[in-house]
Design a binder for this molecule. Sequence first.
Ligand code: HEC
Length: 468
Amino acid sequence: MFGSKLHLGAGILALGASFALPSAAAAQQARQVTFSKDVAPIFQAKCQSCHEPGSIGPMSLVTYQDARPWARSIKQRVESRQMPPWHIDRSVGVKKFKNDMSLTDEQVATVVAWVDGGALEGNPADFKAKPVATDLFWMGERDGYGPPDIVIKAPEQTMPAVHQDEWWRPVNDIPVTEPRWVRMVEIRPSNVQSRKILHHSIAYHILNPDNAGAVNTGVSTGGFALGADAVNTVTMRPQLMEWAIGKGYDRYLEGTGKLIMPGEKISWDQHIHAAGEAITGGSELGLWLYPKGQEPTKRSYLTFFSGLKAGAAGLDIPPNSIAESEGFNILRENTIMTNFQPHFHLRGKAMLVEAIFPDGRTQTVSYVKDFNFNWMTNYIYADDAAPVFPKGTIIHVVAWYDNTKANKSNPDPEQWVGWGDRTVDEMCHAWINVVYLTDEEYKERVAKYGEGVTNGIKPQSRTQQQQQ
Ligand code: HEC
């Protein structure tokens, strides 16, 4: 909380400085912020796809009448950067993304000034409505990548109103008649109702024997599972996608992808949670393909980077406490990391991903400080900002948990919590897509963008820029 207040203070100061005004009141006098003119365009661009009738948000923010009763809550969520659900610390690590839905500092200031100024409507003639979508949508399509080429739907099942958590694991064929390369994937609930029961959905990939290259052998998770040969079972099991509440799509680094072949199947792993009403549904997977003749040369592997060093038994969260754990994952190959998606359950609070180079230098890759279980947001790095690390680098994952009553998501702070599949148990890992490079390719990438986290600017060229 303290951190976000500090951040907010800085935002207001910045606004005051750029307009050279002494106080928020003076700012309002100088420029009255209204819904119709200033706020509606922001809501349409950054909120409406979730906050319109029939979408996943709890209320509509389409019209002034819709939004006005929520003004206080809007200010609070926007100021603390809980909404839109983009919770990565923007001041450290990788800062350029393909799917950034966050508000700019200026947009945050506008929304806050609107609420502080009495949440006025302004002149209705200034309001230009944006059409409301009436059905489920693919986030990838919303973001301009067109509809998926193939949709694979898990057979629907029914979850009773009250029930223990269930794991639905049906199998589907992958309908291709020739090998094809996938460049983007998205899982979504198969209907509007099943948004309420689907907590996560993994599409495991049952391989054609010719597709053995889909097995990921490049990362060691430091003894996550029990037993020597089982060490990397979670990391190595091929999958087309992991999805959890709030996640969008995975779009791979340009020129990389996943190969699908005839005869292959999807084995679903859907975690279903009862929602107080019987709901029939499940999940579906959208696949966007590379056009024929433009096949990529590299595979992208979705990899589990553990936040534990002693396997599942290492997760130990006493009642009424803040706890911490860490994991060390070794890159056996030169590796580009192309996204970050922290995965926790209800006690998860923060996750840091840090690289420890073979020579001991460390670098922050990404940090989420306000994790919220409703939002397994996937932070997809821009192609030039995707960091590259030499083989032998250790990816250090540090996880913090809040098992006190201060954590609003906590169902019971009196409980001891350990590793487990149920929502009331805990987990702690980062889902990261990786691409492996030969030594030659590694040198080329470093020559272009620098080593590690550079946000696409090579250190030398940064110096040159400063000298100019
Ligand atoms: C990706 C979808 C998505 C986007 C984008 C999004 N929201 Fe939300 N919002 C939700 C969902 C789902 C909830 C309910 C779950 C939660 O509180 O996290 C929510 C909750 C809220 C709440 C809390 C309502 C309450 O119960 O008090 C506010 C306020 C809010 N959103 C405002 C906004 C604003 C303003 C924007 C844009 C600047 C925005 N949201 C963007 C999906 C979204």
